[in-house]
Design a protein around this ligand. Sequence first.
Ligand code: KG4
Ligand code: ZN
Length: 341
Amino acid sequence: MRELILAIESSCDETSVAVIENGAHILSNIVASQIKSHQRFGGVVPEVASRHHVEQITLCIEEALAEAGVSVEELSAVAVTQGPGLVGALLIGISAAKAFAWAHDLPLIPVNHMAGHIYAARFVKPLEFPLMALLVSGGHTELVLMEEDGSFEIVGETRDDAAGEAYDKVGRVLGLPYPSGKEIDRLAHLGEDSYHFPRAMIHENNFDFSFSGLKSAFINLVHNAEQRGEVLSTEDLATSFQASVIDVLVTKTIRACQTYPVKQLIVAGGVAANQGLQQALEEAVASQLTDVDLLIPPLRLCGDNAAMIGAAAHVAFAKGELADMSLNAIPSLAFQSKTNE
Ligand code: KG4
Ligand code: ZN
């Protein structure tokens, strides 16, 4: 049977709508980014985000259907991000999804945004369980163990800042436009690790992370240099910062994959686009993990997009995890722990 899911994502600063066939084929994936509107504020302004979503959502739905060459009558269901994210932004997608589902009498599938990031890897190849996912985004840094489709156990997470958040904060100190992860990644390939920032918790026997100490060390170094009138190398700062982040992420991820007998390692979320991280993980997996397959979604599926929501929705749909018209946004939606299921 041909299953066609219309998926909607509006949790932060991208309005995105996709049409996904059988959970594995992208027929369309429209992404309307608002980054330019937020850049002059140095971060996402929730109210501005909501207004953009309102303007874009209907156009994105029409464009996604047109590009996929799919009529409304052919759709099997509508999926939408329920959280985590900005409440006002989430509500635009949810309202649109509910209206569309109600008007066309279609089932409504709520999706966890972070599950979506993991399922972006489904477009690379089928998932094999158990698997480990390193989730690195602007709001999350987690190691997630999946025993089967739709089951998520967080085995490690950040105690303070998320990796992407640290990138964006040090980027601001360097005067880079928001979000600065991509630019720091580019600069990091031009310098040397001459500042040797701390690698927090790297030797601790757990899978947790901490990035606020690194952020403070970076900011203090830059401010002290400014006060002394010293000029620091931006490239070396970027290289040193990125080396610390990657060292910790890779060390803990490899250790987690050695502790749990996983078949695949998925790297997901906006920071998964980082070229330095991808390279370091490829090398570490090749040399330290036998029989673990590394899956990294293509760049355009690392950041926020609705295709990944459609892939996760396919699994939820098969399990009958549907919502009714009372569906509401949950800004701090977490993975359901196994005991709560
Ligand atoms: O997953 P995402 O698009 O949005 C959230 O759900 O948070 O992640 C956005 C984050 C931002 O912090 C951004 O700076 C970071 O991903 N990012 C990167 C790179 N590209 C985006 N961080 C490091 N290196 C990159 N190449
Ligand atoms: Zn995201």
